[in-house]
Design a protein around this ligand. Structure first.
Ligand SMILES: Nc1ncnc2c1ncn2[C@@H]1O[C@H](COP(=O)(O)OP(=O)(O)OP(=O)(O)O)[C@@H](O)[C@H]1O
Length: 246
């Protein structure tokens, strides 16, 4: 049974240079009277969330309020700095272009890697199926992802991430660079995944979108839960994520 339980979860990011213990840094640090202590920023602050099957949760809040970080915490990308995070069920995070890929590896190796991370065996047939969905040229499978445009990279990541259903689906605003043709196809595939997932969490600045698609909206502010609103009857369809296009 899919479930999410966060109890008083906090996540601190180390600030730039916090792990730089070089001589140059130490000397410069003394000159500018830098403190020796670890400098961090608390991006998720004392957050408690319980979610069971059927939960459709929207994360709202201003820039920097911690929406993406909270999704990464739930996805297991980062461990909690304190508090408890307990997740049951398979998690599919659709978080962004830099999540979990190595740009120096060729496309098919990245696909294989992503499949392994999500517990699937990357067979030739599965990789070919995923590639067919991208509609990219066959030869590009053997090129490093560094050579892909952001739209092409998005196609590869999306096709891989949505190849199998998941119990828990985490969506950050991220489909903005996919072109019109692919977007319609992506929407159909994503809608199917959303309807199959037991728990869906969507981070968005689009309040009407969240009210249409979610039954609970959590407003974050400076990493803390500022308020939680229950939505009476969300209209799950249409899931208009294309509104987020740049
Ligand atoms: N890799 C990082 N290293 C250090 N600080 C970070 C990092 N990523 C985010 N932050 C900081 O953590 C806080 C929360 O950022 P986060 O990206 O989670 O907010 P957000 O609500 O998703 O913002 P937006 O709406 O702009 O996408 C911000 O203060 C941000 O500057």
């Amino acid at each position: 049974m899919a479930s999410i339980s966060l109890r008083n979860a906090c996540l601190d990011y180390p600030l730039y240079g916090a792990y730089d213990f070089s001589l140059k840094r130490r000397v410069l640090g003394r000159l500018i009277r830098e403190q020796d202590e670890m400098r961090t920023i608390r991006a998720v602050d004392d957050v408690s969330i319980e979610a069971a099957a059927g939960a459709r949760i929207g994360l709202a809040g201003p820039n920097g309020s911690g929406k993406s970080t909270l999704l990464r915490l739930i996805a297991g990308v980062y461990p909690a700095s304190s508090g408890q995070v307990e997740i049951s069920g398979s998690v599919m995070p659709l978080l962004g272009l830099n999540a979990g890929v190595n740009l120096d590896f060729v496309a098919e190796d990245n696909i294989a890697l992503l499949l392994r991370i999500s517990g699937r065996k990357p067979t030739r047939a599965i990789i070919d199926d995923i590639w067919a969905f991208t509609e990219l040229e066959e030869r590009m499978q053997r090129l490093p992802l560094r050579m892909f445009s952001s739209g092409m990279l998005m196609r590869v990541l999306f096709a891989t991430a949505t190849a199998f259903p998941a119990d828990i689906l985490l969506l950050d605003e991220w489909l903005s660079v996919v072109d019109e043709n692919f977007s319609a196809k992506a929407e159909t595939r994503l809608l199917k995944m959303v309807s199959q997932a037991a728990i869906v969490i969507i981070a968005s600045h689009d309040q009407p979108l969240l009210r249409r698609t979610c039954n609970r909206i959590i407003n974050l502010d400076h990493g803390r839960i500022a308020s939680t609103a229950l939505v009476e009857q969300p209209v799950i369809h249409p899931f208009e994520f294309r509104e987020k296009r740049a």
